[in-house]
Design a protein around this ligand. Structure first.
Ligand code: SF4
Ligand code: SF4
Length: 167
């Protein structure tokens, strides 16, 4: 019998469990840009929902203080989860789009979340070098890192103070 060697690792294939849309610990909850917060609040208002956010990356300029990144506080099930479907799939934030990759901000390191069922089942076979091949989501993570880096560069050039507010 001809045995064809396995040439590559399995690509990530979401199992639609959906474990990633349930939250317990605050540090696991999505980080979202301020314009994503505005979009989520608009969607929530259309649906009569109330969402909760906490400041995460705060910027102080000589004129004002503003929040660049928020933590979306979701205790338990995401209000936009319906069965196994995300009701806002086309409008969901980047942190949901890149999952199970997570960008640690502001360090801009990418890690794999063990909250993902597929990741838990495949973690033993994966090495950091596999990530770009296995996860198409790496492009979204790279986009987020680029945006955060650009913002931090602008903040530095303008001597703005940056702080993270974590619990
Ligand atoms: S927005 Fe959608 S993908 Fe993101 S946590 Fe909620 S239900 Fe899940
Ligand atoms: S936990 Fe992982 S496998 Fe399950 S729905 Fe989320 S991304 Fe897909």
């Amino acid at each position: 019998m001809l045995v064809i060697p396995k040439l590559s690792k399995d690509k990530f294939a979401c199992k639609r469990c959906p474990d990633c849309c349930f939250f317990k610990k605050e540090e696991e909850m999505p980080l979202i840009f301020y314009w994503e917060k505005e979009e989520l609040e608009k969607i929530a208002e259309e649906r009569g929902l109330k969402l909760s956010f906490k400041n995460f990356l705060v910027v102080e300029t000589p004129q004002e203080e503003f929040v660049y990144i928020y933590r979306w506080i979701i205790n338990g099930k995401c209000p936009f989860l319906n069965g196994v479907d995300c009701m806002i799939h086309n409008r969901k934030p980047l942190s949901c789009r890149m999952f199970p990759l997570v960008v640690e901000i502001p360090k801009n390191r990418v890690y794999l979340s063990l909250r993902c069922r597929w990741v838990r089942e495949h973690i033993r076979e994966l090495s950091p070098a596999d990530l770009p091949y296995v996860f198409e989501e790496i492009e979204i993570a790279a986009k987020v890192i680029g945006m955060v880096n650009d913002f931090l560069r602008i903040a530095k050039e303008n001597s703005w103070k940056i702080r993270t507010e974590t619990t």
